[in-house]
Design a protein around this ligand. Sequence first.
Ligand code: TTP
Length: 730
Amino acid sequence: MPVARPESSDARIIAHVDMDCFYVQVEQRKQPKLRGQPTAVVQYNSWKGGGLIAVSYEARKYGVKRSMRGDDAKQVCPQIQLVQVPVARGKADLSIYRNAGSEVVSILARKGRCERASIDEVYLDLTDAVEAMLAETPPESLETIDEEALKSHVLGFNEDGNDFKEIVRQWICRNDADHRDKLLACGAIIVAELRLQVLKETEFTCSAGIAHNKMLAKLASGMNKPAQQTVVPFSSVMGLLEPLPIKKMKQLGGKLGSALQVELGVNTVGDLLRFSEEKLQERYGINTGTWLWNIARGISGEEVEGRLLPKSHGSGKTFPGPRALKTMASVEHWLNELCEELSERLHSDMDQNKRIAHTITLHARAYKCGDSDSHNKFPSKSCPLRYGTAKIQEDALNLFQIGLREYLGSYRVKTKGSQNNGWGITALSVSASKIVAIPSGTRSIMKYFHGQDQSHFSSKQPNDRCIQAAPSSPSGSESYSGLHLTEQEIDLCGDEPRIEYAMPILDQLEHKRRMWEEQDTCLMVRSADSQDPSHSSRKVQDRVTRETSPVPSSGTESCLLPKQNEPQTEFHGEESRIKHAMRSVKPQEQKRKRLKEKGTSSILRFFQSRNSCSSSKQEHFESVREIKASSCSGVQSIGESCNEMIKDQLPQETPVAEIGTNSGTYSLGQDEQRRDAWSYKMDEIDPKVVNELPPEIQEELWAWLRPHKRPNIAKRGSSIAHYFSPAKST
Ligand code: TTP
């Protein structure tokens, strides 16, 4: 549903950059002999010459269109060069295009906040850059304006073709222009430079729209293609919008746009201007009503998100007509292929961008023969994502089976041999979403993964191919015709019906750690609203080490219940992934030795300076002493004070540990709110931080971090306590 966001009072300058016939340009760079030739990229399925997915501007002049097949294109343009999209695992492999898109993004991002909107589209917020330019070198002070900027189309100013560049030069250099137009003029100069830079570094041309918001910039970027840019001055906004068919507006291409046409007779944006905000709210709800009223006037406060990486990864394939999949074996085969690709991309994303995904979703298109309910959609299914190709394959297959059961319902499938005569699968895709950065304090997980157990990631991976993380479609990558999914559209999981599973929480990291620790741990599924350990009666006696498929556990929460008297730890999503990988890091002895020899230590330096701090800091130590006195264990309060001190002094991203106690993470209660703002749980501590402490402190901290091996500190006294004791600060 569209969200109405008011435009901020300060003018912004937003550019939308769209590559020209992108796949064709990528292929032309690969084969320079194709440059300047009528060329098209065709999809993998070569039926009738293959469906066209990208068409060069030279070919467009002959009437070649994306909706055509290769054979039809040859009819209208016999000299057309058809290039097949690269193929891997029996399906289109878009990685070459994704990587090319990433090259462009990295250049554009140099000038402002950059949002990668699809494989070949980017939004840029250039407000800061243009403000700076206006302050330092306003256009009217420039001796020459770059040719590329002079070729801009300025809506409402130079559309008749006479003295084109001179009009633009005057418009850019106008002394009496209002502030917003001056900003736009700077934007036009900066975007022209960026486009030239993209051409120089990548050999690709692109087109751009420059306006005060995303919506207008996007509308403008496609107005003059290829290799040109269009500026939308404030005074021309209504002229641009009024004649536009309503269905051309973003978010109005579907049901809402149709409803406006049918219910209110609105066919153009201009028609929408007839309706008051109240009237639109009455019909379509407060939010949508306001959004409609705003967009009709060119108002949109939508922010450029500042995202260079995709929100999700997807791998899909279509099986049209007679190629529909009709056996579980064929479904499994293709799911395995798709999952292998997905796993590689996830691995790459983790490797290059230090990100992990949380959710895997399976989508399919299916039919049922002779069934009146055949229009029912195959339900998309999600579960928490477990890393490792084999795990992903296993979970995807389970999700498919659950989806198929639900899709078929009471429908009776007739089988003939291994093939059923009832259902067919015409598209399959798997996508990974809810991708987040691994917190900087826990990145040693990466070292662990790389150094210790590569097999986790790819039990079947043939090699460690490095594919740059980038957007793709979760739907059939071979059947793109008429279906161009942007990254946002790919991120389906948030809105998809979800099934929760107990088992995937026990991902392989946890699983492995537990094997190493040789604990007799049980998996317990307990009711979400109960934290009561007495539920242990419902303990499932399955050993965690057993490989189990996801089991739907709607309305339940999964947790691990360690042995009695062991610290109880709950594992949730990322926390579990990271903290247990952390625990899996090899014994720290050697590392500690090395670091001891290393000498200088930032934290140590901090502590030393802290110790020599002025009397104003004495208050802090006093309060620490108070906390200490009120706590049941001296070590606990010292842990808190240690955290406090580290927190005060270290750069924000430096990870800090909370010192743990028997109950997992110790909480001092009265400091809850303060802690929320910064705390790290003890299991999230970066070993590097501990390693920088003096050896005796390290030893004790490690003991707290690994409670099973905790020494009897109470007996021999805490060196942490000693080290941080207020007395030392004097
Ligand atoms: P677009 O930006 O829509 O088109 P384009 O770059 O080919 O051409 P234009 O200059 O008109 O913008 O799509 C970007 C790439 O995405 C395109 O080169 C090929 C791919 N694509 C598909 O594979 N299937 C589709 O249906 C569409 C629309 C695009």
